[in-house]
Ligand binder design. Structure first.
Ligand code: 5GP
Ligand code: ZN
Length: 111
């Protein structure tokens, strides 16, 4: 998607602090962190929202989820963290490229 912010970040057209990537996943620091640790875990494939996920994408979503413990451990928060997926404008989604927020560290507020 040529007009998608996260596709541009994945392509390296917009700079980001990348912490991990492989053939399917790109992980980078959120530009406006809401917690001490705030990473965005995104599929390299453009999927706009959770509602656009297809059964064929099951491997991608599994890969994203399965990467989270390792990412949390690398950030020094293996014992506890929060994950959020906002879906749609009504759900607070601002960037329409599916992403998992990984949040943690000191002073993580109650939910
Ligand atoms: P959403 O509200 O769509 O679930 O979350 C979008 C997230 O993307 C927000 O937490 C926001 O701070 C982050 N974000 C927006 N633009 C950029 C950017 O250009 N670079 C990075 N690293 N994060 C961004
Ligand atoms: Zn995209």
């Amino acid at each position: 998607m040529s007009d998608c912010l996260f596709c541009k970040i994945i392509a390296g057209e917009i700079p980001s602090v990348c912490l991990y990537q492989d053939d399917a996943i790109y992980v980078f620091k959120d530009i406006a962190p809401k917690a001490e640790v705030h990473l965005l875990v995104v599929p390299k494939q453009h999927i706009a929202t959770l509602n656009e996920l297809k059964l064929l994408d099951e491997t991608v979503i599994a890969r994203l989820m399965l990467q989270l413990p390792e990412l949390a451990a690398a950030q020094g928060i293996p014992q506890g963290y929060r994950t959020i997926i906002n879906c749609g404008k009504e759900g607070g989604q601002v960037v329409f490229h599916l992403h998992i927020h990984l949040l943690g560290g000191k002073n993580l507020p109650g939910f």
